[in-house]
Design a protein around this ligand. Structure first.
Ligand code: CDP
Length: 230
């Protein structure tokens, strides 16, 4: 079957990453977590004692930083040759990532890398601006949403699995702050592309979310094949 490019955008905790990862595995596609790239850059800023609020310093640091994703079954995030897959999920990174990723020059550098990787068809890429900016010509675009309380519950569960217990109210606050920053920034804010298919995952299981996307993907792949035959 013809290989296609699938873009999945949406706010934090809407189920993008989990869904995208499984969809990619089932289709035998490459999975690109663009949020992980911004998180890795934020980790670098924090560990090199750069002030995240100093835009020029952050941009200069981005120019000399090497970030790559290795998708060998389980996605590993590499920062300057070191595996930082776990470290990039820390609270400190989460707190600062929206600021670091709001700088246009940082985004330009990341987007250029994402486009390079995504040129290979047979790719599921998730983020905030994939369908709008990174790959506006994506074969299929999804925009995942869910109620704030459900998103907070999921994030709380995720953290709890790592041994971090946070009151739900704090998780809600963190999600709301990040949603606000991500959707109001000037450079490619989080927003639904006009031609994206919206999926509300509040009452869906992961299997159901995966199934919905797989069905669309199969239809799109067959459609592309037919178009080429004509
Ligand atoms: O997994 P989670 O929903 O916590 O977020 P993420 O996908 O890891 O993304 C972390 C942050 O990176 C987001 O809150 C955005 O500030 C930024 N981001 C972005 O600006 N553009 C993207 N394409 C992906 C992430």
């Amino acid at each position: 079957m013809k290989k296609i490019f699938i873009a999945i955008d949406g706010p934090a905790g809407s189920g993008k990453s989990t869904t995208a990862k499984i969809v990619a595995r089932k289709l035998g596609y490459l999975y690109i977590d663009t949020g992980a790239m911004y998180r890795a850059m934020t980790l670098k800023v924090l560990t090199s004692n750069t002030d995240p609020a100093d835009e020029t310093a952050v941009v200069n640091l981005t120019k000399v930083t090497k970030i790559s994703l290795e998708d060998g079954g389980n996605l590993r995030v590499m920062l300057d040759g070191h595996d930082v897959t776990e470290e990039i999920r820390s609270e400190e990174v989460t707190k600062n990532v929206s600021l670091v990723s709001s700088y246009p020059a940082v985004r330009e550098l990341m987007v250029a890398r994402q486009r390079e990787i995504g040129l290979r068809k047979g790719c599921v890429m998730d983020g905030r601006d994939i369908g709008t900016v990174v790959f506006p010509d994506a074969d299929l675009k999804f925009y995942m949403v869910a109620d704030i309380m459900e998103r907070a519950r999921r994030r709380q569960e995720e953290l709890s699995e790592k041994g971090i217990e946070l009151p739900i109210i704090r998780v809600v606050k963190e999600l709301k702050e990040r949603d606000f920053k991500d959707s109001t920034r000037e450079a490619s804010p989080l927003k639904k592309a006009d031609d994206a298919i919206e999926i509300d995952t509040t009452r869906l299981t992961i299997d159901e979310q995966v199934e919905i996307i797989l069905n669309y993907a199969k239809e799109a792949a067959v459609g592309e094949e037919e178009m080429q035959r004509r």
